[in-house]
Design a protein around this ligand. Structure first.
Ligand code: PLP
Length: 424
């Protein structure tokens, strides 16, 4: 049981084996950042590699593609090498490219291959909207009615999706399953290994949106035999706003032509032959499309160095502990104020954030911000609070709960309008 004192929080900070990383990040004095699951903070190393890439441009102009400190031509591949351990894949199975949405379009265009009565795509009703929009438009482009061909597995409680229900929906009409690794609202981790096995038993391909897990929890995509995955690098990986995303394709699919071809998917030695016949790269590089967004990749070089040093297992361990600490403080101190914890409580089923539900969530978030705490709001009633292993201290968490208690006792939220901001 945690003691609800600041001294106890400080003791936990002293014992935190990752505490040295906190000073590598730009934390705003007077503010506590609890939104690293939406946009991670800038680290000094990420800033350094971005500046170095600007210097490469300054000094080398076009020759920056092959010269300078971080040559651009194979940057996507070098970054893939750093990312691969975080998703449990070989470097060739990963590439840094595109955005989450674009990568899903690419992967669905490649792996959704309706045949005979197998024409449907299986997703879930709690999925992030962009995934649903992309899947619907992929169906539409192939001439299928998305209302009939996109199956969305229902949640029993509006928070989590039961694996049994997904498996039951894997019928012989399903060609492809696309699910999140971690639900963006409730933080539920789906059992990717089990779902992959069950999909494959039924002859169905399966891919995962890893936005809410990459950089927060370890993965074993290759070992689990997952067909493909895609994610953003701006949340837990601290790659910066609009940072270039990542994708993984299991090596058994190497050689499969990309649904959306572009010249950066070429075999690197063939690309500048500039032939109209496309020779696809022999690895996940084939699923790149156009010129990489170099300046939106450069911060990742520095950021991923930190992950290599800290180790994803250590990050997960602290993340579980500090989230548990937050939940216990909430239960102990806020029990009388109508909050409910909406994330699963078991370690194996919870991701990197706490999902705090309250009917007044939107106004409470505004009050938190006025008090210097940055949470985020997810309609209709969720306050997401993400203590980040690399830069959130136990004392931060203690302060968050104390300030939240004050807000509730004094009903500070009542002075705010009950509507969300344009960006929530
Ligand atoms: C699960 C999930 N998928 C996709 C996205 C966004 O996709 P993109 O990076 O293409 O904007 C988000 C953004 O928060 C997300 O949470």
């Amino acid at each position: 049981m945690v003691a609800p004192t600041v001294e106890y929080a400080r003791k936990l900070d002293k014992e935190d084996s990752l505490r040295r990383f906190r000073e590598e990040f730009y934390l705003n004095p007077g503010s506590i950042y609890m939104d690293g699951n939406s946009l991670g903070l800038l680290s000094k190393r990420a800033e350094r590699t971005l500046r170095e890439s600007l210097d490469d441009w300054k000094e080398h102009g076009i020759d920056g593609w092959t010269k300078g400190k971080h040559p651009w031509f194979d940057l996507s591949k070098r970054l893939a090498g750093l990312l691969a351990p975080l998703v449990g894949a070989s470097a060739e199975e990963v590439i840094v490219t595109g955005s989450t949405t674009v990568n899903l379009h690419q992967l669905a265009a490649t792996f959704y291959q309706p045949q005979g009565k197998r024409t449907k795509i299986l997703a879930d009703e709690l999925n992030f909207p962009t995934d649903i929009y992309a899947l619907k438009s992929q169906l539409h482009m192939r001439g299928y009615n998305p209302d009939e061909h996109l199956i969305r597995v229902k949640s029993r409680d509006g928070r989590v999706i039961e694996e049994e229900d997904i498996i039951e929906a894997m019928t012989d009409e399903v060609a492809l399953v696309v699910l999140p690794t971690v639900q963006y609202r409730s933080g539920q981790i789906l059992d990717m290994k089990r779902l992959t096995e069950e999909a494959h038993k039924r002859g169905i391909l399966i891919g995962f949106d890893g936005c809410h897990s990459v950089g927060a929890i370890p993965h074993a995509f290759s070992e689990w035999n997952v067909d493909f995955a895609y994610w953003c690098n701006y949340k837990y990986l601290n790659g910066g706003p609009g940072s270039v995303g990542g994708l993984y394709v299991n090596r058994k699919h190497f050689g499969k032509n990309p649904g959306l071809a572009g010249w950066f998917g070429s075999r690197p030695d063939k690309q500048f032959d500039l032939e109209h016949a496309f020779t696809a790269a022999e690895d996940a590089g084939a699923y790149q499309i156009g010129t990489p967004h170099v300046l939106s990749m450069a911060p990742l070089l520095g950021s991923l160095e930190i992950f290599a040093e800290a180790g994803i297992e250590n990050i997960r361990k602290k993340s579980l502990e500090i989230n548990q600490y937050l939940m216990e403080l909430i239960e102990g101190e806020l029990a009388d104020f109508g909050f409910e914890i909406g994330n699963p409580l078991e370690d194996a089923r919870r991701g990197g954030h706490v999902c705090l539900e309250h009917p007044e969530a939107v106004r409470i978030c505004k009050a938190l911000k006025e008090n210097g705490i940055i949470p985020d709001f997810r309609a209709p009633n969720v306050i997401r609070l993400a203590p980040i292993a690399l830069y959130t201290s136990y004392e931060d968490v203690w302060n968050v709960v104390w300030i939240l208690k004050e807000i509730m006792v004094e009903k500070q939220y009542e002075k705010f309008a009950k509507e969300r901001e344009i960006v929530a």
